[in-house]
Design a protein around this ligand. Sequence first.
Ligand code: UD1
Ligand code: CA
Length: 465
Amino acid sequence: MRAAIVLAAGKGTRLKSRIPKVLHPVAGQPMVQTAVERARQAGLDAVVVVVGHGAEAVQATVEAVFPNVCRFALQTEQRGTGHAARIGLQALPPQTEGRVLILSADAPLLRQQTVDRLVNGGTTVRFLTAEVPEPRGYGRVVRDADGRVQRIVEEKDATEGERAIREVNAGTYWVDLGFLREAVAGLETDNAQGELYLTDVVETAARRGEAEALRVDDPTEIRGVNDRTELAEAERIVYSREVRRHQVQGVTVNDPASVRIDPGVIIGPDTVIEPRVTIRGASTLGAGCRVDVGSVLEDAEIEDGVTIHPYTVVEGATLRTGSVAGPFARLRPGTVLQPEARVGNFVELKKTTLGPGAKANHLSYLGDAQVGRGANIGAGTITCNYDGFGKYPTRIGDGAFVGSNATLVAPLDIGTGAYVAAGSALTDPVPDDGLAFGRARQTVKPERARAVREAAQKRAQRGKD
Ligand code: UD1
Ligand code: CA
């Protein structure tokens, strides 16, 4: 059985947060989740997560995403990465053999392919490095005159000369298990931070000529997140990678810097994503769609040829082929737009299905409603689906026509082909092809306006005298 240890006990002091560092999301995903995912995807079946700061919350998050996959080791005092590795080793399943992968939970930009490469063979200690333009804050990789790795020196312990080294340690190691057990047992705190440094095991292996640095080409991969600036930079990097990935697959993204698409989102070719669009969660979009400026999609299922006009919010809703939403529409969870259905401006739908070709084009709220094929919902129509205690359904048949500003008090059935007069407040069912009026009858008094006006003028005149 192959195993990994994820170091996730640190406080993340520099984030100045009440939330443990490793639970901060980068592009929608808590950093610890990314680390566990990398290990799992690399084929390591046993994963130990070392928790400490905010242990319960970290453990709960990991359990929620990967139920019954990880073991948790509690590091009650954060005495350094070497100490964390020691604690993690104790929790490895006894069947663990060969080597162990150690990942920092605060390095969410590592690519899967890089981790896959790292765990493929190698000498006693194999670890990731990169040549970065700005090495500040990282451990520097010290090599001898022949370029062989000698050790890693932390910034706080480095000489001025060592600080100039731009090859830095990513904090990701693939280590022989027997060696590691021995090496971490021998760690000492004789350094500037008084901690047990996991990095010191590199020197131990290097003395036997058994340390190897695997250098990645892209320096962004190894970035750690220690403060809010680095958190924002990490997000920007993930989002720009995602945009690039979609562009390669035939998606038009007009203003990449302003677009945020979470990893895992699927988008078909020839779909156009306009500026300032955010697509989150497990959203999928088909081919030939258009998502216009400022729209936000979360867990949305969008089929082919769908048009989403500007500033539309879609959450947990399904938009089938050729349907149209917005501008300024809100589609809430459980909503389905059947093919060619249309939802216009300032319309809110919750757990509502609009049948094929049905329309709700202006200023409506439809909740818990089933609207039939080709039905028309007039401007300002509202389903009263809630009586303060329970929620009730509204059914509107195929081809029905609901006039403007209707108030539909649920539960309510409106039959196929029925008409509802504008301004009606309905509480009773309308049969197929029925016409329902639910409003006061209009009365007209000829010439009466003149009399009313004259009386008003007299009143006003008396007031002035
Ligand atoms: C570490 C490395 C440094 C490397 C950098 C890459 C050491 C001594 N230094 O420094 O060489 O360039 O990562 O980002 O390893 N953690 C625990 N328990 C602890 C301390 C830390 O679980 O007692 C965890 C943290 O939650 C974090 C990871 O280990 O996920 C790294 O710790 P951090 O304190 O951020 O190390 P750096 O100073 O960044
Ligand atoms: Ca760090």
